[in-house]
Design a protein around this ligand. Structure first.
Ligand code: THU
Length: 161
């Protein structure tokens, strides 16, 4: 038996003001786009805004449903739009923000388990990592260079070959 370690690094910024101009713009856009979420049940409005390698900006928001499991997260909305409109174009960076009507919006949130799985497959398909910029309406910002780092030992299409 031997023990394996898993480490990953991410950057922590005290506020959006410490980011590069490009990253700041993308996170600001995500903050703005949270207004387009349809989240009458959770009242937790999430936005994901991606800058693609061809320069296009694609945004998505969480879309809920009275039949709760039918709802979809902002991240997977944006991945589906990109896969449909630009099926061969990698994401350079994706900013994720949120507005919580029930409480604070002052810390970064990171993608849920299902979205991590979807991000992992997007990387596999595009052969390029998805860089994440995570931040609330204010407060700290995290930058993660490769979203697949959030899902160690993930199940992938290779396991089915
Ligand atoms: N949600 C997202 O859209 N992205 C996340 O990263 C976390 C959660 C949505 C799902 C649901 O509509 C609401 O936020 C509360 O969970």
């Amino acid at each position: 038996m031997k023990k394996q370690d898993y480490h990953f690094n991410y950057e922590v910024f005290d506020s959006i003001d410490e980011l590069s101009e490009d990253d700041k713009w993308l996170l600001d856009e995500a903050r703005e786009v949270t207004q387009h979420a349809y989240a009458p049940y959770s009242r937790f409005q999430v936005a994901a805004v991606a800058k693609l390698s061809n320069g296009e900006i694609i945004s998505g928001t969480n879309q809920e449903n009275a039949s709760f499991p039918a709802g979809i997260c902002a991240e997977r909305v944006v991945l589906a739009i990109i896969s449909s409109l630009y099926p061969k174009t990698p994401i350079e960076s994706m900013a994720i923000s949120y507005f919580n009507h029930n409480g604070e919006s002052n810390h970064p949130i990171s993608p849920c388990g299902i979205c991590r799985q979807a991000l992992q497959e997007f990387k596999e398909k595009m052969k390029a990592p998805v860089r994440l910029i995570l931040g609330g309406m204010h407060g700290k910002v995290y930058i993660i260079e490769d979203a697949s780092l959030l899902l160690p030992l993930s199940f992938t299409s290779h396991d089915m070959q």
